[in-house]
Design a protein around this ligand. Structure first.
Ligand code: PMP
Length: 337
């Protein structure tokens, strides 16, 4: 038995019980570990779905060029799809993203253009603007736009949601998802709520993003927006993939708390996760009061820790940001963590 190509290995990721970092909670917590996808992230699912939809609707034609503004994980999925299906890729990304992520995309044959982070989306230098411009200028190209491309959330409605329902034998009570484009939380949440409307769907956001305030008030409040370090979650606008009807709560997490928790998940559970998995678990812990012993919570772990070795998994990087205390010689001898 073999797979015909790498794309056939996308999905069917394991659900793994957390035994240490969520000990203070009364309930069962299961992690949907998405780094088991071939591109090491959940985004493989939606990347493939978006390509397939674009092929169906004639937006992506043979030999075409795929253009996207991506922080890395979506690019990884798109690049794999492009290799197997015979397309070219050009990605724009920001200078906030790990260098590792950019190098991985290049390893998969993509052109990558790095743009400044701290400019307005409308600024011609922003990665949104640059990717849009490229899509107008490069012949036979398709601009993916994962934020407003509804094949993104559809992928999760068709695969992530059903997998979680089956793996928990319908017993899931809460879904917790660190959220960026909104594709994962909306698609997975919609499927699960159709199966059982009592399931609570909690989105986790970063401070510096306007999504939480938008969820609570319907207001697009730019005063909420400030630079933050957490990668892959939070936005400075509201992508069309959101359907707030399928979300019951938004919880904001600090850069420090997300990073510290990601390190704890790796050290205490042996699951080497990316930054946003830490944010998701931290967001869940912040909502401890709302949980009871019979609850079965599923938390999405979006990607793998290897993409963050120069960042949250680097002690110096953590100390420079005040996220980790400097260890003394005495601490090491006494075994203080
Ligand atoms: N975590 C990571 C590491 C991601 O790359 C993304 C995608 N931006 C997310 C969380 C959020 O997923 P979504 O875009 O589906 O909301």
């Amino acid at each position: 038995m073999w797979k015909n190509n790498i794309l056939e290995t996308i999905g069917d990721t394991p659900l793994i019980k957390l035994n240490s970092v969520t000990k203070s909670l009364p309930c069962t917590v299961l992690a949907k570990v998405e780094y088991f996808n071939p591109g090491n992230s959940v985004k493989d699912r939606m990347a493939l779905k978006m390509i397939e939809e674009a092929e169906k609707t004639g937006k992506l034609k043979p030999g075409g060029t795929i253009i996207e503004g991506t922080s890395g994980n979506t690019g990884m999925g798109l690049a794999m799809g492009a290799i197997i299906k015979g397309y070219k890729c050009i990605f724009t990304t920001t200078d906030k993203q790990s260098k590792e992520k950019v190098d991985i995309l290049k390893a998969l044959g993509a052109e990558v253009i790095v743009c400044p982070t701290n400019v307005e989306p409308e600024d011609p230098k922003s990665y949104y603007s640059v990717s849009k411009r490229l899509s107008q200028e490069v012949p036979n190209s398709w601009y993916v736009n994962q934020y407003d491309n509804l094949a993104n959330r559809q992928a999760h409605y068709e695969s992530t949601g059903p997998e979680i329902w089956e793996q928990t034998e319908g017993k899931i009570t809460h879904l917790v998802v660190a959220s960026g484009t909104g594709g994962t939380v909306t698609g997975t949440g919609k499927y699960l709520k159709e199966k059982n409307p009592n399931i609570k769907v909690w989105a986790v956001d970063s401070y510096g993003s306007l999504l939480t305030k938008y969820f609570k008030t319907g207001e697009i409040d730019m005063s909420q927006v400030h630079p933050y370090i957490t990668e892959g979650i939070g936005e400075d606008f509201v992508p069309q993939n959101y359907d707030m009807e399928n979300i019951d709560a938004f919880e904001q997490v600090t850069d420090k708390d997300g990073a510290v928790m990601a390190r704890r998940i790796s050290k205490e559970e042996g699951i080497f996760v990316g930054y946003s998995a830490g944010s998701a678990v931290q967001g869940l812990l912040q909502k401890k009061e709302e949980l009871t012993k019979d609850d079965i919570v599923v938390v999405i772990f979006h990607d793998h820790g290897s993409r963050y070795v120069g960042k949250i998994y680097n002690d110096q990087w953590m100390m420079e940001r005040g996220f980790l205390e400097v260890k003394t010689f005495k601490d090491i001898i006494s075994g203080r963590k």
